[in-house]
Design a protein around this ligand. Structure first.
Ligand code: C2E
Ligand code: MG
Ligand code: MG
Length: 434
C-alpha cells in the first residue's frame, strides 16, 4: 500500500506523532478499500483516560513525550494492512483486523510509559477508552469509519462509563435526534412549541392537592417529545438556560392567570439544570422573573439536583443560599438517585427534599430500604425540610412511603403530568377521592 507518511505529505500527518491526521487517515482508508474488504475490519476511536491530569501534573512537554511513546507502542502492534491515525490532542483512530480486535483492546487497557522528570524516572500507566464499530456493511461514506465509533466513545465516557463500548443503532438514532433538537430549538422557542405540564403533589393523608411540578414538553411536528430526549443535548451546549427561564416565566404567567380567574393556585416547582449555574446571575434572574410576574414568591419553588463535582457543589451552595435569602423556596430533586450525601442535608438551606423514585420503584422493599428512608426522612424533617416522594404508582407504595414518614406524594398513582387546562380542574377541586 502506498504510504502516506512520506515527505511532502505534511498536510496529512499530525505534527507531533507523525501519524496520519483525519484527512490522511481517510485517504488511507480509501486506499485500503481498493485492495481489501473493509468488512474484515473493526474501526476504533479512542482517547486516553486522565490525559488532561497528566498534562497538568507534568506539563505539556512531558504530555507530548508520552503521546509520542504511546504512539510508538501502538504502532508496533499494527500489521502492515492495519491503520492508526491521530486526530489531535489525545484522540486516536484505528482500523484493526476483526480477529485481532480483542488483542488491540487488551493492549490499550494499559500501556506503561516511563519518562524522565529532572533526574527521576517516572512511570505512568496509560489506558484508553474505546468506541468500537465492527464494520458490518458496505461503507459508502468513509467518514462513518470515524463517526460511528466516536459516537460509541461518547457513550462510553459520558453515559455507560465503561472502557470499551460498541456502537449500536440506538446510539446513532439518539445522536440524529440530538442534532435535530439543536437545529430546531431556537425556532421552537420562538414559536412557543414548548409547553408546561403540571404534575400534582398530593398529601396522601388529607387526600388533597398541595402542590405541583412544572414539567416541560415539546410539541414538535405534531409529536410530543419528552424531556429525556431534548434536555441532554441542550445541557451539553448550554442552551438549556433559555428553556428553563422560559418555563419559569410560563409557570408564573399561568399562576397569575389562575389567581385573576379566582382559582387558588398551589406552589409549583420548576426545574433548573445544574448546567444553568454557568450564569452567575441565575439566582438574581430567577428572582426578577418571579417579581416582574407580580405573583407571590410562595407559589414558586426551584428544583435542582445534587452534584459530585466540587466546583459545581460550591456554585450550587451559593445559588441555593442566595435564593433562600430572597425568600425563594428550593428543593433537592432525585435525592437518593446517585451521589446523595448527608452533606447535602447539612450544607444546603433547602425547603424540600424530593426522594427519587428509584427508592420505591422496587417490587419488594427491603428492610434496609425502610431503615435508610425512615432515617433520612426523619433527619430531613428535624432539619425543617418538607419531604416529597416521587414516582409512586401503586397503593402499596403509598403505604410504604407513609410508613417511612412521608405524606406528600407525586406519582402516577394520583396523576400523571397534566396539560394546563386539566390541571386547572384539580385546582378548582383539590380533593382526591380514590
Ligand atoms: P424530574 O424533575 O425528577 O421529574 C419527575 C419525572 O418523573 C417526570 O418525568 C415525571 O413524569 C416522572 N414521573 C412522575 N411520577 C411518576 C411515576 O409514578 N412513575 C414514573 N415512571 N415516572 C413518574 P419527565 O416529565 O419525563 O421529566 C424527566 C426529567 O426531565 C425531569 O425529572 C427533569 O429532570 C427534567 N425536566 C423536565 N422538565 C424540565 C425543565 O423545564 N427544565 C429542566 N432543566 N429539566 C426538566
Ligand atoms: Mg424535578
Ligand atoms: Mg425528580
Amino acid at each position: 500500500m502506498e504510504n502516506i507518511l512520506q515527505p511532502g505529505n505534511e498536510r496529512m500527518v499530525h505534527y507531533l506523532t507523525g501519524l496520519p491526521n483525519a484527512g490522511g487517515y481517510l485517504q488511507n482508508i480509501i486506499m485500503l478499500s481498493k485492495t481489501t474488504d473493509l468488512k474484515n475490519y473493526t474501526a476504533f476511536y479512542f482517547n486516553l483516560k486522565g490525559f488532561a491530569t497528566i498534562n497538568q501534573r507534568y506539563g505539556m512537554d512531558v504530555g507530548d513525550r508520552i503521546l509520542i511513546q504511546f504512539t510508538a507502542k501502538v504502532s508496533a502492534f499494527l500489521l502492515e494492512d492495519e491503520l492508526l491515525g491521530h486526530l489531535g490532542g489525545d484522540n486516536f483512530v484505528a482500523m484493526i483486523k476483526k480477529e485481532r480486535k480483542g488483542q488491540f483492546c487488551a493492549l490499550l487497557s494499559g500501556i506503561e510509559i516511563s519518562f524522565k522528570v529532572g533526574d527521576k524516572t517516572e512511570k505512568v500507566q496509560i489506558c484508553a477508552t474505546l468506541g468500537v464499530w465492527d464494520i458490518d456493511r458496505e461503507v459508502k461514506d468513509h467518514g462513518e469509519i470515524i463517526g460511528r465509533p466516536s459516537v460509541a466513545l461518547q457513550h462510553a465516557k459520558h453515559i455507560l462509563h465503561q472502557p470499551v463500548v460498541e456502537v449500536t443503532e440506538d446510539m446513532m438514532k439518539r445522536v440524529a435526534m440530538q442534532k435535530t433538537v439543536l437545529e430546531s430549538y431556537q425556532k421552537a422557542l420562538e414559536e412557543e412549541e414548548f409547553l408546561v405540564y403540571y404534575q400534582p403533589k398530593v398529601n396522601s393523608k388529607k387526600q388533597k392537592l398541595v402542590g405541583a411540578e412544572g414539567l416541560v414538553r415539546w410539541m414538535h411536528n405534531g409529536e410530543m417529545v419528552s424531556p429525556g430526549v431534548f434536555i441532554p443535548p441542550l445541557e451539553q451546549n448550554g442552551d438549556i438556560l433559555h428553556l428553563d427561564y422560559y418555563v419559569l416565566k410560563k409557570v408564573c404567567r399561568d399562576i397569575k392567570e389562575w389567581i385573576e380567574e379566582g382559582v387558588e393556585p398551589v406552589p409549583v416547582s420548576v426545574n433548573f439544570s445544574r448546567k444553568d449555574l454557568i450564569d452567575t446571575d441565575l439566582a438574581k434572574n430567577i428572582d426578577n422573573i418571579i417579581t416582574e410576574s407580580g405573583i407571590d414568591k410562595k407559589y414558586i419553588e426551584i428544583e435542582v439536583t445534587e452534584t459530585v463535582d466540587e466546583q459545581e457543589h460550591g456554585e450550587l451552595a451559593t445559588f441555593i443560599s442566595t435564593l433562600y435569602k430572597n425568600n425563594i423556596m428550593t428543593a433537592i430533586d432525585d435525592f437518593g438517585a446517585g451521589y446523595s450525601s448527608l452533606a447535602t442535608l447539612r450544607q444546603f438551606q433547602v425547603h424540600t427534599l424530593k426522594i427519587d423514585r428509584s427508592f420505591i420503584n422496587t417490587d419488594d422493599f427491603s428492610w434496609k430500604d425502610e431503615i435508610i428512608l425512615t432515617d433520612v426522612i426523619h433527619m430531613a424533617k428535624q432539619l425543617g425540610m418538607d419531604i416529597v416522594t416521587e414516582g409512586v404508582e401503586r397503593e402499596d407504595q403509598v403505604k410504604f412511603v407513609n410508613t417511612v414518614g412521608c405524606d406528600v406524594i407525586q406519582g402516577f398513582y394520583y396523576d400523571r403530568p397534566l396539560p394546563k387546562d386539566e390541571f386547572r380542574k384539580r385546582l378548582v377541586n383539590k380533593e382526591y377521592k380514590l
